[in-house]
Structure formats: C-alpha cells, structure tokens
Write a protein that binds this ligand. Structure first.
Ligand SMILES: [Zn+2]
Length: 116
C-alpha cells in the first residue's frame, strides 16, 4: 500500500499521510510507521492559513458588535444606529469576500505548482 506525503506551506514541513508524524520532504518511507510513499505523491495540506481564519472571525465579530451597537443606539439616534448595523453587515461581507478570494488564490496556486 502506497501513501501520500502532506506538505504544509505555512510551516514548510512534511507529514506522513498514514500516521501524520513529521517527516523529511524527500523521504520515501516514513521512519515511524514504515509507510511507503509514491514518488510524486506530495499533497498540500488543506488547512486554512491563520490570517484568513483570523479575518473571518473578526468579520463575524464586527457583524455582531455592529448590530448590537446599532440596536442600543437606534432608539436615541436612528441614523447612527442604522449606520452601525449597516457597517457591521458591510464590513462583515467585505472581509468574507476578501477571505474567499484569498482561499481561491491559494487553491489556484496549489493546482499550478509543479509537484516534485
Ligand atoms: Zn508514518
């Protein structure tokens, strides 16, 4: 049975596709579980990079905080309350779109990078 190696771009490390332990980039066999690797089986890890995850989290935080701030303010100042809610929705969707674009660029780069 042949296994694939997983390559993580963020850490620049390779891991075994069977046991998940860290291995050398050019290893043909896992030194832990003795799994054999296909010669050109390098696969990129599908983990979302941290900056994109942080961006998404803050997008949702901004949405929630914006709506809460808007609901608190809307009774005293209708326009200001509405502005808070609208900025929450707008910033959230804007950041989510940016995160989506970044994820797509990563996917495109993976598909166009030659596997060695
Ligand atoms: Zn292994």
């Amino acid at each position: 049975m042949k296994y694939t190696k997983l390559y993580n771009e963020t850490t620049n490390l390779c891991s075994c596709g069977k046991c998940g332990k860290e291995i050398e980039l050019k290893a043909t066999e896992c030194s832990y579980c003795r799994a054999n690797f296909l010669s050109n089986s390098l696969e990129f890890s599908s983990e979302t990079p941290l900056p994109i995850r942080v961006l998404k989290i803050f997008a949702y935080i901004d949405l929630i905080v914006g709506i809460i701030a808007g609901l608190f303010t809307i009774k005293e100042n209708g326009i200001l309350g509405l502005a808070f809610i609208l900025q929450g929705i707008l910033i959230c969707s804007l950041f989510l779109v940016i995160a989506l674009i970044a994820e797509n660029i990563i996917e495109i780069r993976k598909n166009t990078t030659q596997k060695k």
